[in-house]
Design a protein around this ligand. Structure first.
Ligand code: KIV
Length: 267
């Protein structure tokens, strides 16, 4: 396998090859995903919810994303690393957006950044791209807009909302993004957007017609708190929560019953 760059990701769309993407937040997961051949890893601000236990992604800071991106960068050999720009890191001024994007590249070791929002973020996207930092857009159900959306709701369901998202997608492409996440939108709309853009679309809860698919790694591995609702779009490829519970239960019993450590584990 060779090192993947943004050019390879864009070429995959031209060649009609689907683009699998997963999130990662730490060294060992990054190494596992990279060894398995994932072409692109996203250090998402979802880290705040699935690793830090925040209620939403809003409290996540640039420093936290940098910390996790550095760990992911250390574990990766070939995959392209995209780091999320957290809430508040690109909305206030263009200077802020550029400085924070530069920190994710310089201090985190990311090779691209992701910015939520369509037309409203186009200026920030363009400004970051002008620094030669590749940007991935993100429209539809943008989790940083949770309060405005009134929850995590499917977006673009009616004709005019669909048209607005189509315009958003074109604004992101025009601003120079190399790819765009389409989250939580009807499959037919995702198909229309995908067919009308030259940059790859990466879907999550956007049906089967996108150029690529992304999942939060904890979701697809079943590493979920029992009380957390799994979204409809998640396919669970493993049940690690159960595997870990069983292993921990066995450890507790072994220690309580004096079965561990045994001679075999002693010096
Ligand atoms: O934060 C994240 O992990 C994301 C993906 C789910 C697209 O934005």
């Amino acid at each position: 396998m060779k090192k993947i760059t943004v050019l390879d990701i864009m070429k995959m769309k031209q060649e009609g090859r689907k683009i699998p993407v997963l999130t990662a937040y730490n060294f060992y997961m990054s190494r596992i995903l990279d060894d398995a051949g994932i072409p692109m890893v996203l250090v998402g601000d979802s880290v705040g919810m699935v690793e830090a236990g925040y209620e939403n992604t809003l409290p996540v800071t640039v420093d936290e994303i940098i910390y996790h991106t550095r760990a992911v960068a250390r574990g990766r050999t070939n995959a392209l690393i995209v780091a999320d720009m957290p809430f508040g890191s690109y909305q206030s001024t263009i200077i802020d957006a550029r400085q924070n994007a530069a920190r994710l590249i310089k201090e985190g070791g990311a090779e691209a950044v992701k910015v939520e929002g369509g037309r409203r973020s186009a200026k920030a996207i363009q400004a970051i791209v002008e620094m030669d930092v590749p940007v991935m857009g993100h429209i539809g159900l943008t989790p940083q807009s949770v309060h405005k959306m009134g929850g995590y709701k499917v977006q673009g369901k009616n004709k005019s909302a669909g048209e607005t998202l189509l315009e958003d997608a074109h604004a992101v492409e025009k601003a120079g993004a190399f790819s765009i996440v389409l989250e939580g939108i009807p499959a037919a709309l995702a198909k229309e957007i995908t067919e009308s853009l030259s940059i790859p679309t990466i879907g999550i809860g956007a049906g089967p017609f996108c150029d690529g698919q992304v999942l939060v790694v904890n979701d697809m591995l079943g590493l979920h708190q029992k009380d957390m609702r799994t979204p409809k779009y998640v396919k669970k490829y493993a049940d690690l929560q159960n595997v870990i519970s069983l292993a921990v239960g066995e450890f507790i019993r072994d220690v309580e019953e004096g079965k561990f450590p045994s001679k075999e584990h002693s010096y």
